[in-house]
Design a protein around this ligand. Sequence first.
Ligand code: Z5A
Length: 224
Amino acid sequence: MSPATQKPSGIFITLEGGEGSGKTTQARRLCDWLTTQGWQVLHTREPGGTLLAERVRGLLLDHSAEAIAPETEAWLILAARRQHVDHVIKPALQQGMIVVCDRFSDSTIAYQGYGRGLDLRVLRTMNKWATGKLVPHLTLLFDVPVRVGLRRRRSQRASQNRIDREATQFHEKVRAGFRTLARQEPRRMVVFDASLPLESVQQHVVTFITRWFKRRGIQQLQQR
Ligand code: Z5A
């Protein structure tokens, strides 16, 4: 059986949001907190997470490369996802770990679908194919006004990657796309106000996750 068809037993949490929403910072802090709680945690990201997928990430974000068609962009991201799922995410879940992933399939719907205008139905089918139908147990969406996120991003980095450089209108569509997804799947996707100070956002995340675990009786898993 290929790794993508085995039933996983760990917990899969993804973090999503637009540029400068703070999800990378929150992912790191969440992993640290989960580790102090005694969990075995894998922190990973998309595009990326394997040697091959990180190379694809480099191609995708390089603004000096040739122009990339939206369809090419989608195929590259999905190819990287399959590698990541098969070689990193599913094996970790099968070991009972908590996998915390910075971006996953919702980013494809938000960026390539709502942002670039590719057909959402086609992207959903491709996502299923790339993930072997793996869906996160929980997705934390960090929502921040585009101008705030872009300002944070610019103050953080001297150079901008290919997708950062898109017009504000593109980032607005991506944000609206994420918010639509959260409305469509409220049980899986939880929205956090990422314009709050960093420490407050982190506190909201920890409080939410603690309750989420409790509701599912997940603290028992920790004893295993
Ligand atoms: N992409 C796609 O198109 N389709 C897909 O399917 C997937 C991805 C999976 C990855 O690039 C790109 O790939 C991404 C979408 C596309 N677009 N771009 N660009 P990336 O990893 O370089 O970019 P990113 O994912 O957008 O995020 P990032 O650099 O990791 O930023 P972030 O996670 O949103 O924020 P951060 O690094 O945690 O914080 C940014 C700064 O803000 C930093 O200085 C923090 O200290 C500060 N910060 C964070 N939170 C706060 C609060 N609450 N207040 C004040 N300041 C804060």
